[in-house]
Design a protein around this ligand. Structure first.
Ligand code: PLP
Length: 399
């Protein structure tokens, strides 16, 4: 097996033209609304392959070469058999849950998972009689919330907001002992630094919007699976829901994937320079990232992850009003959600969202108040400039 950095430069190449013997280096965006069959025999064979569950495009919705190339890249990153594209990370999550849950069934969701999953439950899934419990990531809490109708364990490792590293192999073992399907949001790892399907998950969902797109100019999501029964359910639901992605967006995602390793490595190195500096400041109570040796998730991160990225959170000794002033005075950090692009971003983490995380409830008791929590994404800027920016903004915030 070649190294993934090599694979990412060679997957999804354009085929040579049979007459000229030429091919472009970069696969073009193959825009199409429908497919032309060479003859009726090809039509029939393609229909049959599609009915048998193969990736056979009989119409534009599935997409042709550009989509197929992105799917191949995602399968290689995640070590899956099939990838299904969706117009956003959230659309990939909703497609997956709609594919795998029936009326009156129940899902266990680890309470540090991406917050909008709660909104999906409240607005859509509850109308189908589907129920969810949000639980702490330990076997006692899971056992207590398990029901005869439970079908899915949904989790995100490391978790949203505070990067709580989970023992995915242990949680997946527990889930499989109870016949559950394990769905993991792998936006943090994006298939490069964390591989849920290899750690026991059955489906990996990725917001390609973040690190794979990598340039803050694209919204796209994917669900990747390895088991044929689950693939079949995703395939039927993907087609039935009419979830489609523009070839241009698939093309941008492929372009992003080529440089995923170097961008992620540089973001991770820059982030560690910034949080190592922050950890030395007396106004910083705590740094949250599993790549930080004092983090509770550090040992699991060393065992299960292959690297880090530019994301971390900090709890700081500022009132909410001072934290707002601090953020307003930063000049190199955009105030904004999302992450995984080339640039640094910061958000003040909502206390209500934090209070839903058992991890925060346990840790916050050891932090003296007042404590604002900020989430930072460190981009490709020089970290010395970012540190200077933080320093001057802090001075203004406490002045
Ligand atoms: C951003 C994000 C999503 C949703 O992706 P969109 O493309 O914005 O819909 C899902 N999970 C995590 C962890 C994310 O950060």
């Amino acid at each position: 097996m070649k190294k993934i950095t090599t694979e990412l430069q060679h997957l999804g190449q354009a085929k040579f033209d049979s007459e000229t013997g030429l091919a472009p280096v970069a696969l073009p965006s193959m825009r199409t609304s429908t497919v032309r069959f060479k003859d009726m025999a090809t039509h029939d064979a393609t229909q049959l392959a599609k009915q048998a569950g193969a990736r056979a495009a009989t119409y534009g919705r599935v997409g042709l070469d550009t989509h197929a190339a992105l799917e191949e890249i995602l399968c290689t990153l995640e070590q899956g058999q099939r990838a299904f594209l969706a117009p956003s990370g959230m659309a990939a999550i909703s497609m997956t849950l709609l594919a795998l849950l029936n009326q009156d069934e129940h899902a266990l969701v680890i309470d540090s998972a991406y917050g909008p999953v709660r909104n999906l439950q409240d607005k859509i899934l509850c109308r189908l009689g589907i129920d969810m419990d949000f639980v702490a990531p330990n076997v006692n809490s899971l056992n207590a919330a398990l029901r005869p109708q439970t079908k899915i364990l949904y989790l995100e490792s490391p978790g949203s907001l505070l990067l709580e590293m989970l023992d995915l192999p242990q949680l997946a073992n527990w889930a499989h002992e109870h016949g559950l399907i394990v769905v993991a949001d792998n936006t943090w790892g994006s298939g490069y630094i964390y591989k849920p399907l290899e750690l026991g998950a059955d489906v990996s969902v990725v917001a390609v919007t973040k690190y794979i797109g990598g340039h803050s100019d694209l919204m796209l999501g994917a669900a990747i699976a390895k088991d044929s029964e689950i693939i079949n359910k995703l395939n039927l639901t993907h087609y039935a829901l009419g979830s489609t992605v523009s070839a241009d967006d698939a093309w941008l995602a492929i372009r992003g994937a080529r440089t995923l390793p170097i961008r992620m490595q540089t973001c991770a190195a820059n982030a560690s320079a910034v949080y190592n500096w922050l950890a030395e400041q007396n106004w910083v109570h705590k740094v949250f990232t599993p790549a930080w040796p004092a983090d509770p998730g550090y040992v699991l991160w060393q065992r299960d992850a292959l690297g880090a990225n530019g994301l971390f959170a900090i709890a700081i000794d500022l009132t909410n009003a001072q934290a707002r002033l601090f953020v307003d005075n930063l000049s190199l950090f955009g105030i904004g959600y999302s992450w995984g692009g080339y640039e640094s971003l910061i958000t003040i983490v909502d206390q209500k969202a934090l209070s839903e995380h058992s991890y925060w409830r346990a840790i916050s008791q050891s932090i003296k108040s007042p404590a604002a929590v900020l989430r930072l994404h460190i981009g490709l800027e020089d970290p010395a400039d970012l540190i200077n920016d933080i320093q001057q903004a802090y001075a203004l915030a406490i002045a």
